[in-house]
Design a protein. Structure first.
Length: 278
């Protein structure tokens, strides 16, 4: 056999060998695609199952059983009105987490500030307290204050300069109500959005609280309102968090492990066959 004949035979053997390798790779690829398709089917079924469970859990009870506490019943009705408003405004703040923390702090502080006077007002009007006596003592205090000031007006010596008097007579700039609303050290943007948001819900909160006259109902309403606001803000923050891990399960892990093991077992065989045929 001459050199040309040997070269032709060698080329044919190489082409045959390459064909075998390609067929094996094609078969392996088809097997992998088949396994991936099966895996996708399993995942799709799990997702659909989770969706069905979530849908069943989210269906509202047509006739929910009332709580034993009137305060909790009133609070539940209030939360249905104010939580959607707070959720929308909270999720507007996406530039920085500090904005959302500021929003949260200002809303909770505003609720406490709004309910504290209402609580004091309810305490002042305790059933059985003589209203005439309280009015009389109030009038007495006013008389004392007015009487003590009236005699001192003509003794006042004004030491201001003309420039100071003119400056005080000029109409002062209107104060920004958001400054009084603010909490020291918190983000200003979060404060401004919280101020706007709270204006929408403040009357709902006060009206709901003033429906209650029983001290136990008031205490439960107050405590559970603050707790639920914090819990809902935590929930909203989790929904905005970019660091979300993809859910997995044992079926997916097993299928993925089997697929990787199959690929690892096949690859060395190809190299070994290739070396033998050469």
């Amino acid at each position: 056999m001459n050199f040309e004949e040997q070269e032709r035979v060698l080329r044919e053997n190489i082409r045959h060998m390459i064909k075998i390798v390609k067929e094996r790779r094609r078969g392996l690829k088809e097997e992998i695609l088949k396994e991936e398709s099966q895996l996708r089917g399993i995942i799709r079924e799990l997702i659909n199952s989770e969706k069905r469970l979530m849908a069943e859990a989210s269906v509202p009870d047509g006739d929910p059983t009332p709580n034993k506490s009137t305060g909790i019943n009133v609070l539940e009705d209030l939360l249905k009105k104010i939580i959607p408003v707070l959720q929308i405004d909270f999720k507007l703040l996406t530039t920085d987490k500090a904005q959302r923390e500021s929003f949260r702090a200002h809303i909770i502080n505003a609720v406490v500030s709004s309910l504290t006077p209402a609580e004091a007002n309810n305490t002042a009007h305790t059933p059985g307290a003589p209203e005439e006596a309280s009015l009389g003592s109030l009038e007495e205090e006013l008389d004392i204050e007015i009487g003590s000031a009236a005699g001192d007006d003509d003794k006042f010596i004004d030491i201001r300069t003309d420039a100071e008097k003119k400056e005080e007579e000029d109409e002062p700039e209107e104060a920004d109500p958001r400054d009084d609303f603010g909490v020291d050290g918190e983000d200003t943007t979060g404060r401004n959005v919280a101020f706007s948001s709270y204006k929408k819900i403040e009357s709902n909160i006060i009206d709901a609280y003033e429906l209650l006259s029983d001290e136990e109902d008031q205490e439960l309403f107050y405590d559970y309102l603050i707790a639920n606001l914090k819990l809902y803000f935590d929930k909203f923050e989790d929904e905005l968090s970019p660091e979300v891990e993809e859910p997995t399960n044992q079926a997916y892990a097993d299928a993925k492990g089997a697929s990787e093991e199959a690929i690892g077992d096949e690859a060395p065989e190809e190299e070994e066959d290739l070396e033998l045929e050469f």
